[in-house]
Design a protein around this ligand. Structure first.
Ligand SMILES: [Zn+2]
Ligand SMILES: [Zn+2]
Length: 161
């Protein structure tokens, strides 16, 4: 177990365990959702990771996704760091026009050529001023519910309030 190893954070991550991989039947929609692991693709139904080979996109798209994941995580880590750059990083993650979101939304569109794909919307649910999101952050239309989440079917944005 990594928990007993004080140095586990300095070692390569282990592969995602099988019970954290999507086992839904059929080809459910996916979500472009960076979560601090190598693969930012998860299942829109069960929220578990979807191995990229199940979608079978091009090596070029894999490359672009990996670059964007690293780019996204820069902002995410600055926010998690909760220091000098926290507020700035959060504003970048919230802004539908920021480079991290415009690039991410473009990649969502590329992924959707393989399978219907949503874009995970960043929320700071622990913030003191947190308010539930009822309108799409991008087009301001009302969100509709999809299971326990809300989605904008025009922008393919998914929100977990
Ligand atoms: Zn699933
Ligand atoms: Zn929208």
């Amino acid at each position: 177990m990594t928990n007993n190893d004080p140095y586990w954070k300095l070692k390569p991550p282990s592969p995602t365990p099988d019970d954290e991989l999507c086992s839904c039947l059929g080809d459910p929609a996916v979500v472009l959702q960076p979560h601090l692991s190598c693969n930012p693709i998860s299942c829109a139904d069960c929220n578990l990771e979807v191995p990229p080979e199940r979608l079978g996109f091009s090596e070029q798209l894999a490359d672009e996704l990996a670059s964007w994941r690293t780019f996204h995580d820069c902002f995410f880590h600055l926010w998690l760091d909760s220091a000098e750059f926290e507020a700035w990083a959060k504003s970048q993650l919230f802004d539908p026009q920021s480079p991290v979101n415009t690039r991410g939304l473009a990649l969502r569109q590329s992924l959707a050529e393989c399978r219907p794909c949503y874009y995970w919307w960043f929320l700071d649910t622990d913030a003191e001023d947190f308010q539930q999101v009822s309108m799409c952050p991008r087009c301001k239309r009302n969100l509709s519910s999809r299971g326990s989440r809300s989605v904008c079917e025009d922008c393919w944005i998914i929100v977990a309030n």
